[in-house]
Design a protein around this ligand. Structure first.
Ligand SMILES: *Cc1c(COP(=O)(O)O)cnc(C)c1O
Length: 460
């Protein structure tokens, strides 16, 4: 049940066998349903996309999760990205325990927030940073700031990019290119998305057309630095640079959402793979996930002149009772300090190994698929037929989710916890050692065969 790495010491466990019981999870799920909509506090946890009983996790260590029934899984979700070092890392726990013992929140400035801000400024293309508690808050605040700075209202986003549940960003494309968006969910007023333009991802011409028509009114373009929320869809070479240039040419701001990629795909996020190499900077960056070390901490930051518009220095209001919380920022700081080049090298290597193994098993079983990655983040698209690229949300949506469902459950039964949706990245950690990787790799062939056995629907 435990990683062999020295950061996650533990006693060896007796071998466990036989089929999983899920009685404990099922009972908790039923109780949860009585008091919480859908039984969960964030929708994808409910297993709606794959069916079955979501596992209620009792504890986690290193690369492994243990559920309330005592089943153990190699974790390929890593809390949807944050657990870069693996679960319950000894040094992070020690820092957190020490911080908590000094009191958990004061509503005053503290030392760890300064140190974490310095660490983030050192690693990323931001001059200044402001802490918030979730990625949603980060993107919401970045957009307000972009609008306040430019005095403009229009926001450009891309279909399939997720930026949290911000009203103006829960938008679906209207009909045709460069038309204003419609709300993507009940409860969002049409007025909230009326100033949002939704464009197809990786589509240079659509961006040109939008700027040709509305260039003087666009406050910002926001994009996932490399989308991971429609499955991993890397930016076409030069696409982010093009967005940065186009924004600059029109007096709009380029907002790079690195909530998922930040401090995960490199020590400086996706920007470490493109902007740092190509020599450009986003105007604003949003961060979350890894930077909280498993606690609710997120941030937005950017150009000094833009950030100077933020209260109390400037007129754009933004605040938070628990923003920069000392325990959360201590966890984040400990995590980032431990996220050395060796950590990234290890995860990159493990990721490549798994990408190749997953592809080999699916090929062997005759299952059409495409593995796409950005840095160490990757996902497996269960496409209808073999293709060379999934460039956007429209193509991602053609997946055979029924095949993914069979694959997912076959992996789960063999003790591998994949993201319970075909439209998510798989995440690894520094604690995914040979033993954990071997367990995943040996589960792949049976899962690929389960996917192959799914009948093709009539009329497909
Ligand atoms: C997870 C995520 C968010 C939202 O963060 P929360 O902390 O869940 O609110 C925003 N943007 C991206 C790219 C994300 O992956």
């Amino acid at each position: 049940m435990n990683s062999a790495s020295p950061q996650h010491p533990s006693a060896p466990q007796p071998a466990r066998s036989t089929a999983q019981s899920t009685a404990g999870s099922a009972a908790l799920f039923e109780r949860a349903h009585a008091v919480t909509p859908g039984g969960v506090n964030s929708p994808v946890r409910a297993f709606n996309a794959v069916g079955g009983t979501p596992r209620f996790i009792e504890s986690a260590r290193g690369a492994y999760l243990t559920d309330v029934d005592g089943n153990e899984y190699v974790d390929l979700v890593c809390s949807w990205g944050p657990m870069l070092l693996g679960h319950a890392h000894r040094d992070v726990l020690a820092a957190v325990a020490e911080a908590a013992a000094r009191g958990t929140s004061y509503g005053t400035p503290t030392r760890p927030e300064v140190e974490l801000a310095e660490e983030i400024v050192a690693r990323t293309p931001v001059d200044k940073v402001r802490f918030v508690s979730s990625g949603t808050e980060a993107t919401m605040s970045a957009i307000r700031l972009a609008r306040g700075f430019t005095g403009r209202e229009l926001v450009v986003k891309f279909a399939g990019c997720y930026h949290g549940h911000v009203d103006s960003l829960l938008a679906s494309a209207g009909s045709g290119l460069a038309t204003f968006a419609v709300p993507g969910t009940p409860g969002v007023p049409a007025a909230s998305t009326a100033a949002t333009l939704v464009l197809p991802y990786n589509d240079v011409e659509a961006v040109r057309a939008a700027f040709a028509e509305h260039g003087d009114d666009i406050a910002c373009v926001i994009t996932e630095a490399a989308p991971g929320n429609m499955g991993v869809v890397p930016p076409a070479p030069g696409f982010n640079a093009f967005l940065a240039e186009t924004c600059a040419a029109h007096g709009a701001l380029f907002v790079s959402d690195e909530v998922m990629t930040g401090f995960r795909v490199t020590r400086s996020g996706q920007w470490g793979l493109d902007g740092a190499v190509e020599g450009w900077r986003p105007d604003l960056v949003t961060l979350g996930k890894v930077m909280g070390g498993g606690f609710p901490a997120a941030a937005f930051g950017g150009r000094a002149d833009v950030m100077a518009m933020l209260s109390p220095e400037g007129p754009v209001y933004q605040a938070g009772t628990l923003s920069g919380n000392p325990v959360a920022t201590t966890a984040g700081l400990a995590t980032l300090r431990l996220a050395t080049d060796d950590v990234y090298a290890h995860i990159d290597k493990a990721s490549l190994l798994l990408q190749e193994a997953a592809s080999a098993s699916l090929r062997e079983a005759g299952v059409p698929h495409l593995v796409q990655s950005t840095g160490n983040m990757f996902s497996v698209f269960f496409v209808e037929e073999d293709v060379t690229s999934v460039p956007n949300f429209e193509v991602a949506g053609t997946q055979r989710v029924d095949r993914f469902r069979a694959f997912f459950h076959a992996m789960l039964e063999q003790g591998v916890y994949l993201p319970p949706s075909a439209f998510e990245s798989w995440f690894l950690s520094a604690a995914h050692d040979d033993r954990a990787l071997d367990k995943i790799i040996s589960a792949l062939p049976a899962a690929a065969r389960a996917a192959a056995a799914v009948p093709t629907p009539q009329g497909a």
